[in-house]
Design a protein. Structure first.
Length: 146
C-alpha cells in the first residue's frame, strides 16, 4: 500500500505499460515513452494527444472546437499568394487563423512580367507557383518574387 501511495504522490512514477489516456498530467515531463501531455491533461501519443475521453480512457476524434493555428505568409518582391477558401496575401506579411490538420493550397502570382515568382521558403519549397501544406501548428510560408 505504501508503494502505491508513494507512486501516486510522485509525478512521473508510471509503469512502462502505461496506455494512452490513462495518466493525468500537467506537463510533458510527467509522461513516459514518447507520450505528451495533451490539452485534456492526459498523457498520450502525439497523434492522439488532446483527444482523450477522461471518463473511460478512450480516444475521441478531433472536433471543430480544436484551436486554430496561424498560417503566416510573407511576400517578398511584390506579388500575391492566394490560399484556397481563405483569401489573398498581397502585403509583406499576412496572418490567417486556420483549423489544424486541413490541407491548404497556396498559389503565388504576379501581374508584373519583370517580377516573376522565384521560389517558396519555409513550410513550402520549390520553384513552381503552387504549394500544398497541412499545418498542424503555427506555420510560416515565404514567397519570393524576382
Amino acid at each position: 500500500m505504501k508503494r502505491v501511495l508513494v507512486c501516486l504522490a510522485l509525478a512521473g512514477c508510471y509503469s512502462p505499460e502505461a496506455r494512452d489516456c490513462t495518466v493525468s498530467c500537467t506537463a510533458a515531463t510527467e509522461c513516459i515513452n514518447g507520450q505528451v501531455c495533451g490539452k485534456d491533461h492526459l498523457c498520450a501519443a502525439p497523434s492522439v494527444a488532446g483527444h482523450c475521453n477522461a471518463v473511460d480512457g478512450s480516444v475521441t476524434p478531433p472536433d471543430a472546437h480544436d484551436q486554430d493555428v496561424m498560417l503566416v505568409i510573407s511576400v517578398m518582391g511584390g506579388g500575391t499568394v492566394s490560399i484556397d477558401d481563405i483569401g489573398v496575401c498581397n502585403n509583406d506579411m499576412c496572418q490567417f487563423p486556420v483549423p489544424p490538420h486541413v490541407t491548404r493550397n497556396l498559389t503565388a502570382s504576379t501581374d508584373k512580367p519583370d517580377k516573376p515568382f522565384a521560389m517558396w521558403m519555409d513550410a513550402c519549397a520549390g520553384t513552381t507557383p503552387t504549394c500544398s501544406i497541412v499545418p498542424s501548428m503555427n506555420t510560416h510560408v515565404g514567397a519570393k518574387f524576382q
